[in-house]
Design a protein around this ligand. Sequence first.
Ligand SMILES: *Cc1c(COP(=O)(O)O)cnc(C)c1O
Length: 393
Amino acid sequence: MTHSFYPPQRTLMGPGPSDVSARVLGALARPTIGHLDPKFLQLMDEIKVLLQFAFQTQNALTLPISAPGSAGMEACFVNLVAPGDKVIVCQNGVFGGRMKENVERCGGTAVLVEDPWGEPVSVHKVEAAFDAHPDTAMLAFVHAETSTGVRSDVAALCALATHRGALSIVDAVTSLGGIEVSVDKWGVDAMYSGTQKCLSCVPGMSPITFSERAVERINRRQHKVQSWFLDMQLVMGYWGGASKRAYHHTAPINNLYALHEALVMLEEEGLDAAQARHLHNHRALVAGLEAMGLTMAVAPQFRLPQLNSVLIPQGVDDAALRTALLDEFDLEIGAGLGALAGKTWRIGLMGCASCERNVAYCLTALEAILQRQGAAIMTGRALNAARAVFNAQ
Ligand SMILES: *Cc1c(COP(=O)(O)O)cnc(C)c1O
């Protein structure tokens, strides 16, 4: 006999998923209703409004795709990029590489603008790419690069795209709910996110939003969108405005209860307060790590409060340390990726996992294992350093 699955109770401080609150888990367990039930359609309308709030936009085409962040990425590219389109793709970590792949699969040409892992997208390099390719139709980049813990300047990059007559596609999977995301103020044309990072909801949904300019481009398409499932014209038949809604796919009903709850919690807390909390806990974590003698991997002005890249000290067994954190402390932190594999840890403080308790817990656990491994760290200081930041608030 196979038995029911009961997962261990972990503390999730990696690159996502993040801890899901009891309130959101409770919402998941509510009774399933039909995906065309009038009560469900009402819920869908509320989710659209809550997402407009989270994205800070009036965009009518704002909704959650019924699939993870990667599908939101794909939805932006397949709907906006047509064969022959030239797209400037910025790569300063893992996710820019996936954008390039998407452009090419849509039959577009990707012009790569590369920056070192651990640094933000260079606005000057993007400007030079526009100079070299004046026929560019779109600019695509990642706001919060989860693979490195770096923030790029969305306002400057989108202003540049608009000035050059191009649309912008922005990855906000890790930024939404954690740091400022202002779609309308920044002039973003297409943005996608995920539910399992700073929204602290279960994985598997991807909030997206398209500007009017982006919708016009979609409406003018000559080629059918290559993906039937992600074709926004079809998705809108289900999620759309006033018109009668038709079956497109069965929405993940209970997941949407959870997303609604997570967004209600964000609204209750307020965007500014949620961002301030992420920043506050980040400062305390950094103070603790530095008091231990560890070094952050990213320059202070580009750091993401929700994803903290730390250099692994000499002589430490990376994999053994992360295994010990998981086995002994039920604590998950992230490994470095790509160019930073084996060189960094990625400590997430996302959504409701961004709390004083998790900062203290992570510092305590990390210090214990590092000490046991004989790492050259300073012990007994980290918690006090973090506490000093908490008390200063
Ligand atoms: C996690 C992440 C994604 C992918 O989201 P999934 O839900 O795993 O598909 C895309 N971009 C960034 C920046 C991410 O952090």
